[in-house]
Design a binder for this molecule. Structure first.
Ligand SMILES: [Zn+2]
Ligand SMILES: [Zn+2]
Ligand SMILES: [Zn+2]
Ligand SMILES: [Zn+2]
Length: 510
């Protein structure tokens, strides 16, 4: 058993040495006098492997997991893979949205010391990048409009914001409804509270967040308040909730992420002296309502676990008959998993991945810091040169539309101001419908596109169908998701494949 595993590793190593090893092997040989034991690193699929290899040089033992012919989106780790990761120091992958299978892998492995690098997260936020919230007034009156602006110092280009509130520091933060930009607008509630602004990166991980901001509600009810500035604030404006029937629910956010706390408040319009509430949830209207334990006031606090659900509030009278109830409210859970995961195909975002890998190798092997830093710097320099070549080659093109089979080049298109038309989806398995193919054919004619690109290593049949229908050619773009015979045979690494792509793209972009 053990022998068999070693054999497999040996095969992997041979394959990978053929691919990328030759050069660095020669460079490193005999360059250092000491043979320190190095760390063992497993990388998920090809670009992650190559980025890691470039940073590690000979200092770390780097192994590739998704081997020849396998699809990086839909790989299934073998028992041997698990055994290897169980003994590794570092595991490198791109993101949960790319390598779906890592979720179950992480549940299976037993390795407390493993450092996991989600390279899509990048090297982390520089100290200079902070969130500042501006515009808070000294105090507000109930019903005033609160308007705040969040600013990210530094130059990250993220724009996905969420705002959270809590009554005070003893409470958990809850997402606030309809606040998805850097501007926060809310009608001041009855009591003082705190807010914070959180900005997410492209993978929907928290990138940075503000300090809590206290919003002080003071309605001058006790008339001891010595007032400062009230230019525009008309005290007669203090509004009351509009009257209506039954129960209304306030505080619902546009969407929540798994683990967010949903905080809702039930408002009863006809004020009665009843205060026995129950909150009910169900997955959807096909299911029965289930009472949520320990939620017996007008306030509902609920930590989301996975799927979207519906909630309603019911108020009982003193005889425990239903007195009033709200309509069903949909709580939407959106973890932004329909996101494009193909970030390594953007030579700029690839640099962030390399730096994330560098940081993890340093964490696992602090003595190798200098080597990892130098190697990473050298490779980032090559990626910058690649970026310059793309910019130079594409900047003046009149025709900026290209058609691909697999929707893998969205980041590349964004980076160089191109338009990607994808026949299939974000994951390679999605087959387009006949109507989608007809739609694509129309676009091909409209933009006079001469080539349909298919990803190397995959079947070209879909691209071929469209090409035949539109009288166009097919050509290869490498997405590097599959380690193919062709890559092996031609000794193609990331930089070479990306340069091939640039050349191939210019049939459409010119
Ligand atoms: Zn006032
Ligand atoms: Zn979100
Ligand atoms: Zn893909
Ligand atoms: Zn055109």
């Amino acid at each position: 058993m053990k022998f068999k595993m070693l054999q497999t590793l040996a095969v992997l190593l041979t394959v990978t040495l053929v691919l990328f090893g030759c050069q660095s092997q020669k460079l490193e040989e005999g360059s250092t006098g000491n043979n320190e034991t190095t760390i063992s690193v497993v990388a998920s699929f090809l670009p992650m492997y190559e980025f890691t290899k470039k940073v590690a040089g000979d200092r770390a033992d780097v192994q590739l997991m998704v081997s020849e012919g396998q699809d990086a989106h839909h790989y299934e780790p073998s028992a041997q893979d698990v055994a290897v990761v169980n003994k590794a120091d570092v595991f490198v992958y791109s993101s949960d949205e790319m390598e779906f299978w890592t979720k179950s892998l992480f549940k299976t492995i037993e390795n407390d010391n493993l450092i996991i690098v989600r390279a899509a997260d990048g090297p982390g936020r520089p100290e200079t990048e902070k969130v500042q919230v501006e515009g808070a007034a000294n105090h507000y009156h109930t019903g005033d409009e609160i308007e705040l602006t969040a600013k990210l110092t530094g130059d990250a280009d993220y724009d996905h914001w969420h705002w959270y509130q809590r009554a005070d520091a003893n409470e958990e933060w809850a997402a606030i409804s309809g606040q998805g930009t850097d501007t926060f607008i809310l009608e001041a509630p009855g009591k003082s509270f705190e807010v914070k602004a959180v900005i997410y990166d492209h993978n929907h991980s928290v990138y940075a967040e503000s300090e809590p901001v206290e919003l002080h509600i003071d309605n001058h009810d006790n008339h001891v308040h010595i007032d400062e500035k009230h230019e525009e604030n008309d005290h007669e404006d203090h509004s009351h909730t509009q009257a209506g029937e039954g129960v209304s629910i306030v505080g619902l956010a546009d969407h929540y992420h798994t683990g967010d706390v949903v905080t809702l408040n039930a408002n009863i319009i006809e004020e009665k002296n009843y205060e026995h509430w129950n909150w009910f949830v169900r997955e959807d209207s096909e299911q029965d309502w289930e009472a949520v334990p320990d939620q017996e006031t007008e306030r509902f606090e609920y930590k989301t676990s996975g799927d979207s659900f519906e909630v309603k509030a019911v108020l009982y009278d003193n005889d425990h008959n239903v007195y009033a109830e709200s309509s069903a409210i949909s709580v939407k859970i959106d973890n932004h998993e329909g996101k494009d995961p193909h970030i390594w195909l953007d030579p700029v975002l690839a640099q962030d991945q390399v730096l994330a890998i560098r940081n993890a190798l340093i964490e696992a092997d602090p003595n190798g810091k200098q080597i990892y830093e130098e190697n990473a710097e050298a490779f980032v320099k090559e990626l910058k040169a690649l970026d310059n070549d793309y910019q130079a080659a594409l900047k003046d093109a009149e025709h900026r539309t290209f058609v691909v089979q697999h929707q893998a080049f969205g980041y590349l298109a964004d980076r160089y101001n191109l338009e990607q038309i994808a026949i299939g989806g974000l994951s390679t398995e999605v087959e387009p419908s006949p109507s989608r193919i007809a739609e694509i054919s129309e676009l091909v004619h409209k933009h006079n596109v001469p080539v349909i690109y298919y990803q190397q290593g995959a079947s070209s049949s879909i691209a071929q169908t469209v090409a035949t229908e539109t009288g166009t050619e097919t050509a290869v773009l490498y997405d590097l998701e599959v380690l193919s015979e062709e890559l092996l045979a031609n000794d193609l690494g990331y930089l070479e494949a990306m340069r091939h792509n640039l050349e191939a793209l210019q049939a459409s972009i010119h």
